[in-house]
Design a protein around this ligand. Structure first.
Ligand code: MG
Length: 173
């Protein structure tokens, strides 16, 4: 039955290296270091993609886009998210709420988080108030605090896509 809400969680981390492009939530951020990854290393899109896949029973990002597969080398992670949304939709679900946290010492994300949020809302087809982006630092602790890694967390809520029958019964109420 497709009538119950589904919830999914995603977590992703990447090593940061000097001279790499820094893309987060599909937004390119000026930075002297960026995430190392087989794809573009967009930890935030990877966490959201995993949360959606998990919520609709479609496995995880590594199953779908193996880091050992050359076809995903330097891939734009927006394509991963689009595929997760397509799979959710094929199972009769759509995201209605997405909340995220990015933990990074560098670059400082505070000035960028609203832009990232707006970009995510566009990609997810959601109004801005259903998408959250929190930017945290690690207070200098551990590899993230030392600027050597970045981490992103995401939680998504999926609801069944209303059918024509649902619409009709609502119109008749
Ligand atoms: Mg990743």
């Amino acid at each position: 039955m497709n009538d119950a809400p589904r919830i999914g969680v995603g977590l992703d981390s990447h090593r940061m290296e000097a001279g790499r492009r820094c893309v987060l939530g599909g937004v390119e951020i000026p930075s002297d270091a960026g995430p190392v990854g087989h794809s573009d290393g967009d930890a935030l899109l990877h966490a959201i993609t995993d949360a959606i896949l998990g919520a609709c029973g479609e496995g995880d990002i590594g199953d779908l886009f193996s880091p050992s597969d050359p076809q995903w080398k330097d891939a734009d992670s927006a394509g991963f998210l689009a595929e997760a949304l397509r799979r959710a939709s094929a199972r009769g679900f759509r995201p209605v709420s997405v909340d995220t946290v990015v933990v990074a010492e560098r670059p400082r994300l505070g000035p960028w988080k609203e832009r990232i949020r707006a970009n995510l809302a566009g990609m997810l087809g959601l109004p801005l108030d259903r998408v959250g982006v929190k930017a945290k630092t690690a207070e200098g602790l551990g590899p993230i605090g030392e600027g050597r890694a970045i981490e992103a967390h995401a939680v998504v809520l999926l609801l069944p896509i209303p059918t024509q029958d649902d619409q009709q019964s609502r119109d008749n109420e």
